[in-house]
Design a protein around this ligand. Sequence first.
Ligand code: NAD
Length: 473
Amino acid sequence: MKMFVGGRWQGSPEEIDVVAPYSGSVVDRIPLATAAQVEEALSTAQRGAAIMRRLPGATRAEVLRRAADLLDADAEDVARTISLETGKPISEARGEAGRLGDMFRLASFEGTQVRGETLPLDAQPGAEGKLGFTLRIPTGVVVAITPYNYPGLLVVHKIAPALAAGNAVILKPASQAPLTALAITARLIEAGLPEPALQTITGGGRRVGMPLVRDPRVRKVSFTGSTRVGEEITRVAGIKRLSLELGANCPMVVMPDCDFEVAAAASAAGGYVNAGQVCISLQRVIVHEAVYEDYLDALRGPVAAIRMGDPLVEDTKISSMISEDEAARVEDWIDEAVAAGARVIIGGERDGARLAPTVVADVEPGMKLSDQEVFGPTLGVTKAENVDHAIALANDSSYGLGAGIFTRDINHAMRFVREVDAGNVHVNWTPLWRADLMPYGGLKGSGIGKEGIRYAVEEMTEMKTVVIHGLDR
Ligand code: NAD
């Protein structure tokens, strides 16, 4: 597979394998971009930005709608690519591929809704007779850097609003799963996007990502990935706009007044979709002591029913993690918790990159399963004495992306919504829920800024203030 740089598909002297995590077989090879190719991407993007800012909104919208239709027509192929390169079950990959067209359609609309406002300048003495208003303008060159876990969805959450708003984009997808991004790029070019407006460059974070982040020709970096890399980006970016969608260890509180069978069934989805490799995966379940053992009992059945296997087999619900190293890391964290007094209720077995859906009870702050981001198919369950204790435990984290509570008590729900520091808070569901139009982004170490198409369009435009001075007064 070639990358799309400088308006053409090109290879590179060095390549790396893209490996299917489940089978270990090589799916394809991708170029590792050279320094000269990074430079070509940057200079082309500058030309692209000049073209895009002059392209009328209606034309941009039409191109995005055409790309949406092409992606819908090829959704099954795109789903297979997603499943192969990530190990994600095909049913989930179809869900992801099926959303991409609609996201481009939503962006095509939101890109035509960018508005400024008039300014009441005459409210300040001495400013009478002037006309003031704001214009929102494209930021220019946007660098979009994406992780492996949703190689279609998270790419489109960046490039669709960026292009809709009239920017040029350099996309650097994750090296483990770059093929979906290249497939989306091909559909956009086929749809008539000016070639310099989008470049998809492949290679590692240090060699390709970093020089892009550093470069002063780039006005905006939109990054989704780990908090560690997000911090590195803040240190080197210089004067740029940053959107950072980072890590998390999302909590959910279970109160005794809820139907804990429903809460348990929801947990069995929220903790294990995409083998727990979702930034809003449910990781920490905080259960009121009155229903602690009942909740654990109720969880066993739904977790045991999660079918493990080949991602391309229709009824597989969980497959391998992205790599054996990642699965071994999560296994180590489970062992560490058990050594410190936690109990494995179900799961815990590992075979290479495949880790069985696992529930660990009696997890406490101080254990990695509680303090760090697991990003694997493991729920840690912690006992709380009352709602105050539960809220304190939920907030006992350096992250703040998603959170949920199951309760029928409106007062508990209101306290949770107000007091838990997370960007997305759910009442009567797990944190693992997202609509593409809603504002989405973390507090604390989970990041800066919001995605969700309308909000990303806003972040990918800048405000210019215009004052017209009447000279005939
Ligand atoms: P990662 O941080 O290792 O890599 C993400 C991307 O950054 C990749 O394209 C990688 O090549 C690039 N990169 C790595 N080092 C870089 C550097 N020094 N400079 C520039 N780019 C660099 O993340 P990952 O392992 O691919 O994904 C998992 C992480 O992503 C988890 O922490 C997860 O929570 C997070 N994530 C967050 C969200 C969100 O919306 N908040 C969504 C999905 C994933």
